[in-house]
Ligand binder design. Structure first.
Ligand SMILES: *[C@@H]1O[C@H](CO)[C@@H](O)[C@H](O)[C@H]1NC(C)=O
Ligand SMILES: *[C@@H]1O[C@H](CO)[C@@H](O)[C@H](O)[C@H]1NC(C)=O
Ligand SMILES: *[C@@H]1O[C@H](CO)[C@@H](O)[C@H](O)[C@H]1NC(C)=O
Ligand SMILES: *[C@@H]1O[C@H](CO)[C@@H](O)[C@H](O)[C@H]1NC(C)=O
Ligand SMILES: *[C@@H]1O[C@H](CO)[C@@H](O)[C@H](O)[C@H]1NC(C)=O
Length: 647
């Protein structure tokens, strides 16, 4: 991640006369560099000009948090089905206090800044105590960080200020800093609409494969689940016969980023045919950074997610919609979502911070479904510190009892539907031969990643599905997150017995492996732009699985138990093995390889397999966890009622 500071075009030290090599060794003792130099400008961006030295930028030092090394153990304590503390979620305050950077961390960075001439009253500590913020001129930022700042522009005309060649911190400071923003990471503000036709697709997007219009909806028979997946097909496939009983208490949410919006008319068109009791209903809007479905945009992802979720949930369980705005900001949309939920990433008082104004002020739901690929899972100095921090934040919020469910991607072992693989160290689009690249948030171990399956041609819902062939379902091994203990034996079994004999550099055998589970992703019947379509993608799989977990929570709440929160350790445990239909047919080719084959047990195409809802619900119902420990996740009214009931 961090390497040796050298001149920007230094030859390797072995080529140097001895005194120069010694100088480098000495520098190593007190200077740490983030990103090796010189680097190429990230794909999709072009260098506009040197940044104006007089211009002010907000500089944010993301401080190293306390106890991050214990996060997995903390989670296991409440999420391992064997643990007596199962389901005893933490309060947000306990999470904040446990991970708050130490005063040594804050003081070290603060002291260095003032030593470098920054006035103490210009340095602000964020409300969560995890960011030091200062507004500085570009000239001062360049001096502090020994960096060259530039302005960059992208195809959409968005501007970004950063220093792609890297920056330097003194060694004693860098150990207390996860990363400095803005510097080497390009959190593309580019529109999150569908796959663009541009030569370098954005590093963001919805997970969705192709779609085709349906000419004659009436001709679709109930049994045609191999060619047209309706809500009834999903109910049959997953043994999902659900009427909510805890709808006034339980919560479930879906995230839509940027210009991905739904229209009420489309929902009604869909509900009119498939869920008449939902006609006229819309999701409950939780607007993040002013996100507004009425502002217009592209409706494919949101329509798909919301039709499936509201269709399967029915009117007795509301769906919350986190509409996260993205325009005119270089902030990563992931950060904006996480900030709205718990105040992380909020560097200074709300309303004055250009990047984020919604800071821990939005309600949390027990389950949150995300059908997007965000950062690529690259082991890269410009990306790793940022995605590692994001994953830690997902883990911290999971401690409070939230289940994050994400699509595993539609590019097989490549990143995103635009099929990016790593070629000669460069993320290269279009399915080039190269190293496999995973995607966030699916590859984060604290997120439940869902792959896509389909009913084989001519097959029925009584058969076990196969991994999709219309598009390769995303899956593989992280380059940033080590394999967590709970999936150790399942993944080792695959590696020992079924993994292809790829060159060791093609994928990272020690990384977090995903997806965790799979559900149908092809060909789903949706309504969009005034007509019915077949659509496809793990985009559909994540919201379907999220609904099943919401329904598990409904049953647990009715039994006086807490929502399940972080579910991965349970999903891989022996007690849950029988709750999945093992998918053993299919593969996820990409990067000019055959990808990985599905296999008995866990595999990196379909995870543990597709769920049997009744078995899954009963297995979770058998686990402990008092509802009173999770009241923060409930609506105010219901929380009071339950607090009263719990005495
Ligand atoms: C769903 O939301 C609506 C509007 O806020 C509310 O009137 C209704 O009671 C909610 N339904 C349930 C089951 O909580
Ligand atoms: C975003 O930027 C564009 C172009 O600079 C501007 O026209 C628009 O008003 C801005 N939108 C918001 C919400 O600030
Ligand atoms: C990768 O690098 C090697 C050696 O520098 C070069 O021969 C090859 O053409 C490069 N491949 C691509 C796809 O750029
Ligand atoms: C493999 O993943 C681990 C984290 O599990 C990481 O430390 C290592 O650098 C990765 N290797 C490569 C080649 O990316
Ligand atoms: C494995 O990959 C490395 C690096 O790309 C390459 O040098 C080596 O020749 C490859 N080995 C095989 C057997 O393909």
């Amino acid at each position: 991640m961090r390497g040796l500071k050298g001149t920007r075009s230094a030859p390797s030290s072995s080529d140097l006369p001895l005194p120069m090599a010694l100088t480098q060794l000495l520098l190593f003792a007190f200077a740490t560099v983030v990103a090796a130099a010189p680097r190429s400008v990230p794909a999709g961006w072009s260098l506009h000009r040197r940044a104006d030295p007089e211009a002010l930028i907000p500089l944010k030092f993301s401080l190293a948090q306390s106890n991050v090394d214990k996060l997995e153990a903390f989670l296991l304590d409440i999420a391992d089905p064997q643990s007596p503390k199962y389901g005893q979620h933490w309060s947000p305050v306990r999470v904040k206090e446990t991970f708050r950077p130490s005063s040594e961390t804050v003081n070290t960075v603060h002291a260095w800044l003032t030593h470098e001439g920054v006035q103490a009253d210009k340095i602000q500590l964020s409300p969560n105590g995890d960011i030091l913020h200062l507004d500085v001129t570009i000239a001062d930022a360049e001096r502090l960080l020994q960096a060259d700042y530039y302005e960059y522009s992208d195809e959409d005309g968005s501007m970004h200020v950063g220093c792609h060649d890297g920056y330097t911190l003194p060694e004693h400071v860098s150990m207390h800093v996860d990363f400095v923003w803005p510097t080497v990471h390009f959190d593309a503000p580019r529109s999150l609409s569908r796959r663009s036709a541009s030569t370098s697709p954005p590093l963001w997007g919805r997970d969705g494969a192709g779609k085709t219009p349906i000419d004659n909806l009436a001709a679709i028979a109930a049994a045609d689940c191999d060619t047209s997946v309706t809500l009834d097909c999903l109910r049959a496939l997953y043994n999902f016969d659900f009427t909510p009983v805890s709808g006034d208490v339980n919560t479930v949410g879906v995230v839509e980023f940027g210009k991905n919006i739904y229209r009420a008319e489309e929902l009604d068109l869909f509900f009119g045919t498939y869920r008449p009791d939902q006609v006229g209903n819309i999701p409950t809007l939780i607007s993040v950074e002013g996100g507004d479905p009425d502002a217009g945009g592209s409706e494919d992802e949101a329509s798909l997610d919301i039709e499936l979720m509201m269709g399967l949930l029915g009117p007795k369980q509301n769906l919350s919609l986190y509409q996260v705005a993205q325009q005119n900001s270089s902030m990563d949309p992931t950060d904006r979502l996480l900030a709205a939920l718990d105040g992380s990433y909020c560097s200074i008082a709300p309303a004055t911070d250009e990047g984020i104004t919604d800071c821990g002020n939005k309600p949390r739901t027990n389950v949150i479904s995300i059908s997007y690929h965000l950062n690529p899972d690259l082991n890269d100095p410009a990306i790793s510190p940022v995605v590692q921090r994001q994953c830690t934040e997902f883990g911290k919020q999971s401690l409070t009892g939230i289940t994050f469910v994400a699509s595993s991607g539609d590019g097989g072992v490549a990143y995103g539907a635009s099929q990016a693989c790593l070629v000669n160290g460069t993320l290269t689009f279009g399915g080039a031969k190269g190293t496999f690249v995973g995607q966030l948030p699916a590859s984060c171990p604290f997120v439940t990643a869902v792959g896509a399956t389909s009913v084989p041609p001519g097959g029925t819902t009584d058969q076990v599905e196969e991994s999709t062939t219309d598009f390769p379902s995303g899956g593989g091994f992280s380059n940033n997150f080590p394999r967590p203990s709970w999936q150790d034996s399942a993944v080792q079994n695959y590696l020992d017995n079924f993994a292809p004999d790829y060159n060791a550099t093609i994928f990272n055998r020690t990384g977090r492996a995903y997806p965790d589970v799979a559900t149908n992703g092809y060909p789903i019947v949706v309504a969009e732009k005034g007509r019915f379509l077949h659509t496809s993608g793990t985009s559909a799989s994540a919201p379907i699985f999220a609904v099943l977990i919401a329904a598990v929570n409904d049953a647990r709440i009715a039994a006086g138990k807490s929502p399940v929160g972080f579910i991965n350790p349970a999903l891989y445990s022996d007690a849950f093995a029988h709750t999945f239909n093992d998918v053993i047919v299919g593969s996820n080719p990409a990067c000019q390889t055959d990808g990985f084959p599905a296999a008995p047990g866990w595999d990196p195409v379909s995870g543990m397999g597709t769920p049997n809802f009744e078995k899954l619900r009963d297995a979770f119902l058998a686990l402990p966890g008092m509802l009173s420990t999770s009241l923060h996740a409930l609506s105010g009214q219901a929380a009071k009622r339950f607090a009263a009931a719990a005495g």
